[in-house]
Design a protein around this ligand. Structure first.
Ligand SMILES: NC(=O)c1ccc[n+]([C@@H]2O[C@H](COP(=O)([O-])OP(=O)(O)OC[C@H]3O[C@@H](n4cnc5c(N)ncnc54)[C@H](OP(=O)(O)O)[C@@H]3O)[C@@H](O)[C@H]2O)c1
Length: 236
């Protein structure tokens, strides 16, 4: 089995790459940090690496061999601290890596997935609710989840399966930047186990931790005006 993972140099993607390599998969690990890619190869010489910026359309390498699994995990988070003085460039950076780059990867690599294979989009539970300061991140992830939902309808007749991953808080360099409390924070090991298990079960939505997602989905049932009142009192 052959899996390509973007964002494999850190956090959730790195853990997934190591876990799949341990399971004997042929792993293609993508990232920009060459040192981190080299250290992955030192641990598992069979891991192949692709080093390039996913937001650069022209840099995508074509894949020589077919793959069974495409995990589009790379992403970034920056908060909009002052919505009144909207930072369009910050907005663009986040939309580019979290959403536009997914489109690039789908164009370049989707046709290399074997029939019966799967594409996995790593979105976020942040896309479930409008959260303070998440104008860029939340919008990108809400759109990504929509993209996964519609892709799953369109790709089914072609024998391709789709999963979307909605994590709560996972302890990674991305969340280390957060200065607020992160309830039910889990490790990358736990997150990777949830994702691998969900993929093995053929699930469309792979969301975790279960209690955190349950609370988010209950809050989502509130009338928007009630949620807006609650959200303005949140300090994220
Ligand atoms: N951590 C959480 O609590 C959490 C919760 C919900 C969803 N997620 C999602 O899970 C995914 C992984 O997040 P993480 O927490 O593991 O983050 P992370 O530790 O910061 O890792 C992000 C990865 O994305 C890669 N990346 C970022 N920009 C890139 C670019 N322009 N081109 C190529 N690679 C790029 C980075 O590679 P290089 O540095 O080598 O470029 C790195 O490997 C993201 O999509 C994130 O939104 C995370």
């Amino acid at each position: 089995m052959r899996v390509l993972i973007t964002g494999a140099t850190s956090g959730i993607g790195e853990r997934l790459a190591l876990r799949y390599a341990k399971q004997g998969y042929s792993v293609i690990a993508c990232g920009r940090n060459q040192n981190k890619l080299d250290s992955l190869c030192n641990r598992f010489p069979a891991i192949e690496t692709l080093s390039f910026d996913l937001t650069h359309y022209g840099e995508y390498p074509s894949l020589e061999t077919e793959i069974d699994l495409l995990i589009l995990n790379a992403g970034d988070c920056e908060y909009i601290d002052d919505a009144l003085h909207f930072d369009a460039k910050k907005f663009e950076r986040i939309i580019n890596i979290n959403l536009i780059a997914i489109g690039y990867a789908l164009e370049k690599w989707l046709h290399r997935i074997k029939r019966g294979g799967r594409v996995v989009l790593v979105s976020s539970s942040a896309g479930l609710l409008p959260l303070p300061r998440a104008e860029a991140y939340g919008a990108s992830k809400a759109a990504l989840t929509y993209l996964a939902q519609t892709l799953s309808i369109q790709l089914k007749p072609h024998g391709l399966c789709v999963s979307v991953v909605l994590p709560g808080f996972v302890d990674t360099p991305l969340t280390k930047k957060n200065t607020f409390d992160m309830p039910m924070l889990i490790s990358t090991e736990e997150a990777a186990s949830e994702i691998i298990h969900g993929i093995e079960k053929g699930k469309f939505e792979i969301s975790f931790p279960r209690r955190f997602i349950f609370i988010m989905k209950v809050l989502k049932l509130l009338p928007l005006s009630a949620w807006q009142k609650l959200a303005t009192r949140m300090t994220l």
